[in-house]
Design a protein around this ligand. Structure first.
Ligand code: DAH
Length: 335
């Protein structure tokens, strides 16, 4: 048998072998082993190329053709199989990672504003529409702004009305938002038309309507020619906007050192029997106007201070003020 005939037999054998093996390749490792065995530098086909040197020169051309043909067949078989396998892998991945659009999604609950913040924002927007500015003042306040400038001198018995937390002899946690009136008037010439919402502190004993921390909204309007009738009108307008129908409002005489005359505001729902005190109001006392350098003979003004929790309690039927501050989600998420 000539070398060429042997070579032909070898080529046929390898051809049959690689076709048989190729059909059984089911994963990448086996595919790689196949590539090394047949197409690698030391693989079966590579080894055959070495035989070329032993052939007679006139046989080499044919041998070369045959070997190249075998190499092409092996390469094609390898690539076909590889494409097949990658397709299978891809299909398997697609099947495994398939998204079931009918499953319920993952629910991320969003937070929302606390009821008190909602109510405060609403109060602000009502007064902004009426032409008031919204201002703020410090919660740590001096005795001067909280008492003296508001016509409550040291040792005046009215100071007992505000059970105040003192930080030192002259510094306190404000028990009311009224000191902001002074701060605003000191900085501005009349006319002044502001509201000031904010946190207040009192050494009250906690109960259903008292909390050591609570919120007030203060209002102040100073201009020429204002009277108690204007005050009543503004309060009624606000009450109408905030509460709508189904509520009654009552003003009655009261005393505050910084207003003269002074009134207190009560409200109740139509069917309720008890009145809830919302706050105080009155015409700004001439002494207070003079304290900030205004001329009480030229300008007059009125003011009020209302409890924001009380307003929310009345509107939403909340029985206990403490529920605003205990952070119970069962309460918070209702609003
Ligand atoms: N600051 C008073 C309080 O906390 C409420 C108040 C009364 C405010 C009369 C006012 C006012 O502006 O004019 O008890």
């Amino acid at each position: 048998m000539t070398e060429l005939m042997k070579l032909r037999e070898e080529i046929d054998r390898i051809h049959a072998d690689l076709e048989r093996q190729c059909a059984g390749l089911t994963d990448r490792a086996a595919l790689e082993a196949f590539r090394v065995e047949f197409l690698g530098r030391k693989g079966q086909i590579g080894e055959l190329f070495r035989v070329m040197g032993r052939l007679a020169p006139d046989e080499r051309a044919e041998a070369g053709k045959l070997l190249n043909g075998l190499k092409t067949v092996a390469t094609a078989a390898f690539e076909d199989r590889r494409n097949d396998l990658e397709g299978t892998t891809l299909r398997a991945r697609l099947a495994a990672e398939k998204v079931d659009l009918t499953l319920p999604g993952v629910y991320h609950s969003l937070g929302h504003r606390h009821l008190l913040t909602q109510v405060q924002n609403e109060i602000e927007s009502i007064f902004l529409r009426m032409g008031f500015d919204v201002t703020t003042g410090p919660e740590i306040e001096s005795e001067y702004y909280n008492f003296e400038a508001l016509n409550i001198p040291a040792d005046h018995p009215a100071r007992d009305e505000w059970d105040t937390f003192y930080i030192d002899d002259t510094t306190l946690l404000r028990p009311q938002t009224s000191p902001v009136q002074i701060r605003v008037m000191e900085q501005t010439d009349p006319p002044v038309r502001i509201i000031c919402p904010g946190r207040c502190y009192r050494r009250d004993t906690q109960d259903a309507t008292h909390s050591p921390v609570f919120h007030q909204v203060e209002l102040l309007w100073v201009e020429e020619g204002l009277s108690l009738a204007n005050l009543k009108y503004i309060i009624e307008l606000f009450v109408h906007e905030f509460f709508g129908k189904g509520y009654q409002m009552r003003l009655s005489g009261d005393f505050f050192p910084f207003t003269e005359p002074s009134v207190q505001m009560h409200m109740r729902a139509d069917r309720a029997s008890d009145w809830l005190e919302l706050g105080g109001a009155g015409m700004v006392h001439p002494v207070v106007l003079a304290n900030v350098g205004y001329d009480p003979k030229k300008v007059t003004g009125f003011a009020f201070g209302m409890g924001i929790e009380r307003m929310a309690m009345l509107r939403y039927g909340i029985a206990d003020i403490r529920t605003f501050f205990t952070n119970d989600l069962r309460f918070i998420t209702q609003f």
